[in-house]
Design a protein around this ligand. Structure first.
Ligand code: GLN
Length: 315
């Protein structure tokens, strides 16, 4: 077993959860009503080990929109379809050092990396290009479900409609990239932007996201089904960029202090990966000044402190 004394481990995780629960600072995302209206007290932690043992506590069965937590998955799907060489003709792999939706491109006129909006929009442009847009979205949903071992992955049309109505910055990013001829030929810009916003509006709960994180921890084989969903090379690339770019403008600090590949979203979700050991998801809607969940980040710090999970703890 990956974690032999799982009941001792889960008791400790429950204690860490209670500590993080005490944090009441931070503010809800308020750029759309569907996020502003969420109960700020929600908190969930779910863990799935690389061999499929599961534990969750708190509001782990409540759905939230995955928002930017979709980005590593979209990137992985683009890698599976096209290979890293082609994908990185269109998307860089350098932290931007700027906000996740900052109107800027790298010196080659490409999005800096796939973990920020511009790069995720580009990854969406690359997915299933020959297909009808409905089939492309269905492909993403089905892929997320497969990564989650067949668990329920949904879609919030209310979130999508709000995203669509307040998407000026994402549209600006799209036009900026088109101006720089960054897209592959024959990209439908509006359709691509809507596709990206639909991916942000996918809904799942913490347990489902923990299984997806565990599939990454397990080099692409979903621990609950034993089925390979991603190639190891894909997961390696994805985890590398989650490590350097996954936590907004806090990515460098997070790599230093927590030392795990992770991705956060504006709904207050964080997925994290301890390679070969486990995947986890925290969800609590109050965000700090960088846009990361206050309780989620607090939990990540405590988890690494308690278990030496930092990438360099074994030196
Ligand atoms: N829908 C949001 C956007 O595109 C997602 C961003 C996020 O989670 N950081 O701006």
């Amino acid at each position: 077993l990956t974690i032999p004394d799982f009941s001792a481990f889960t008791a400790e995780v429950a204690a860490l959860f209670e500590h993080s629960l005490e944090r009441r600072d931070g503010t809800l995302a308020n750029y759309i009503p569907q996020l502003a209206r969420v109960d700020p007290e929600h908190f969930a932690v779910a863990i799935c080990t690389a061999d499929g043992q599961m534990f969750s506590i708190g509001d782990a069965n409540l759905d939230f929109s995955v928002q930017s937590c979709a980005k590593p998955l979209i990137y992985s799907l683009a890698l599976e379809e096209h290979g890293a060489e082609l994908v990185h003709r269109y998307i860089g792999r350098e932290p931007s050092g700027r906000g996740f939706n900052e109107l800027s491109l790298d010196p080659d006129g490409k999005p800096h990396n796939p973990m920020i909006n511009s790069g995720a929009i580009m990854a969406c442009a690359l997915l299933q290009r020959g297909q009808d847009i409905a089939d492309r979205f269905e492909f993403v949903l089905d892929s997320f479900r497969r990564l989650a071992g067949g668990r329920k992955v949904g879609f919030s049309n209310a979130v999508y409609l709000s995203e669509r109505r307040s998407a000026d910055r994402n549209f600006a990013l799209g036009y900026l990239m088109r101006e720089h001829k960054a897209f592959p030929d024959n990209t439908q810009l509006i359709e691509t932007l809507e596709f990206y916003l639909q991916c942000c509006s996918v809904e799942a709960n913490a347990e489902v996201m923990a299984v997806i994180a565990a599939t990454l921890a397990n080099a692409g084989v979903c621990p609950t089904t034993g089925l390979r969903q991603l190639e190891p090379a894909t997961v390696q690339n994805c985890l590398s960029l989650m490590s350097s770019c996954g936590m907004y403008d806090f990515s460098g600090e997070f790599a230093f202090t927590v030392g795990l590949p992770a991705k956060s979203g504006v709904s207050g979700a964080i997925i994290g990966v301890v390679p070969n050991v486990l995947g986890f998801c925290c969800w609590s809607p109050r965000l700090d000044e960088h846009g990361n969940s206050v309780r989620g980040l607090d939990f990540c710090r405590r988890l690494v402190e308690a278990y030496n999970f930092h990438a360099f703890d074994n030196l």
